[in-house]
Design a protein around this ligand. Structure first.
Ligand code: PLP
Length: 447
């Protein structure tokens, strides 16, 4: 009964993120009640394996008492401290230092915010300040990649290349440009890695020539595109794009909001590519979703240029909750858990997940299986040779999601008939195997 009245209150009052308002009113809410490890329990007491770690964020898994303790201790001692007026608290300072020590190259300066969207919007503002400080304010154009997702705050929503984040809003994004995704499975130049890299390089060069390279402020990539359908670039793609940006003095931003914190194996996915971006954004796994927090990393040259440009003036960017001490205390404890064994477990379970999902390739509906570590996708087609997507009619009703739910599994169902996986790094081998087995059942039921 409790859940019925809550469902009614939800329908009447709670606006859900990225959802069809009318569709949600019709379907109603699925209440989640509690969670432990990689398993969530709904209001009816049914256990489900969370194969998507909430929203690819609960990397450490649910129910870590030490994280709860860290938050409670910080709340008792000092629940809030601003970073304005030269004030500060211990936890965010320690966290910034720990992260800078582990980040690639000289990404030594960390600005904390509340999540991924405001991290991306913060980079846009810092980058504009940087170019003003360098005496090149005309570098005011931004380039990102098709199928990309960079949040839904007002700047980053434009960098996001998914139609739902543009249609109906009519916001002016004439200062933003896109090049095509590397999407290997459906790339018009075929699946040869070098051909895809060459095509992307040619497209970025053409874009720089078209809009004027001395107008371009920055280029944004996700090391693996998440919300676009878990699209893994060919090996060497990121490095090639990074090098081209360096050649043209275009700042290179790696958006590691999903890929950071062990999701693909290392702490940051950039490490796999051997590159150092000029700026890097993180969120999600930073606090494992226990409390909100995001961050922007800046290389020394970015920080120093902004500092020099501002001189004695304040750089007018910051939030009341920048560097929140409770979030920082949680992030420090989560980092200790990761390094105390969760990263290691995630690497082993990631290999098991990829091997298990690869076995689904023999299923008549499976066109592609891709991913790295604990970040994966299975793309469904009705005809493997022609790569015919599942009928669009399948998704509005969220049928794939529903079928997985009925099997006791939470996965992401992307609009194009793609199942997305991002399980917590704490998963056991049995849980990984169950994710794969239940996925096969979902496919059989979809035939
Ligand atoms: N950037 C990327 C790559 C993301 O995947 C997301 C969210 O999924 C964001 C930014 C936005 O983060 P948030 O939802 O925390 O605002």
């Amino acid at each position: 009964m409790l859940s019925n009245s809550l469902a009614e209150l939800d329908r009447r009052h709670l606006v859900h993120p990225v959802s069809s308002f009318r569709g949600h009113e019709a379907r109603g809410v699925r209440l989640l009640q509690s969670a432990r490890g990689a398993v969530v329990t709904d209001a009816e007491g049914r256990d489900l394996i969370d194969g998507f770690a909430g929203l690819w964020c609960v990397n450490a898994g649910y129910g870590h008492e030490s994280v709860v303790e860290a938050a409670a201790a910080q709340m008792r001692q000092l629940p809030y401290a601003t970073g304005y007026f030269d004030l500060g608290a211990e936890a965010p300072i320690r966290l910034a230092a720990e992260l800078a020590e582990r980040a690639p190259g000289d990404l030594d300066h960390v600005y904390f915010c509340l999540g991924g969207s405001d991290a991306v919007d913060s980079t846009i503002r810092f980058i504009r300040y940087y170019w003003h400080s360098r005496g090149k304010p005309q570098r005011d154009l931004f380039i990102s990649v098709g199928q990309g997702y960079h949040g839904s705050a007002s700047g980053g929503a434009g960098l996001t290349a998914l139609p739902a984040f543009h249609e109906g809003f009519g916001l002016p994004y004439d200062w933003q440009h896109k090049i095509s995704s590397h999407y290997i499975y459906r790339n018009p130049v075929g699946q040869d890695p070098q051909a895809i890299i060459d095509a992307s390089l040619a497209e970025l060069r053409a874009k720089l020539a078209e809009i004027g390279e001395d107008r371009v402020a920055a280029f944004y990539v996700e090391p693996i595109q998440g919300s676009g359908g878990v699209l893994v670039p060919p090996p060497g793609w990121i490095k090639a794009m990074r090098d081209l940006c360096a050649e043209h003095e275009v700042l290179f931003v790696a958006d590691e909001v999903i890929t950071g914190f062990g999701r693909t194996g290392p702490l940051f996915a950039c490490e796999d590519e051997g590159i150092v971006p000029d700026l890097m954004t993180v969120a999600k796994g930073l606090t494992s979703g226990y409390v909100p927090m995001g961050a922007v990393f800046m290389r020394n040259h970015v920080y120093e240029t902004i500092a020099e440009g501002a001189g004695a003036k304040a750089v007018g960017h910051g939030f009341t909750y920048s560097a929140h001490p409770v979030s920082a205390a949680v992030a420090l404890e989560v980092l200790a858990l990761y390094e105390g064994g969760l990263f290691e477990n995630g690497r082993r379970m990631g290999a098991r997940l990829m091997a298990g999902l690869a076995e689904l390739r023999d299923h008549p509906l499976v066109g592609d299986v891709r991913g790295r570590g604990m970040l994966a996708a299975v793309e469904l087609v009705t005809d493997k040779r022609n790569k015919t997507p599942l009928p669009a009619a399948l998704d509005p009703a969220n049928r794939l999601f529903d079928r997985a739910w009925e099997q006791g599994l939470i996965v992401r169902s992307f609009a194009q008939g793609i199942l997305g996986y991002a399980p917590p790094l704490c998963c056991t081998a049995d849980e990984i195997d169950a994710i794969v087995e239940r996925s096969r059942k979902v496919l059989d039921l979809t035939l």
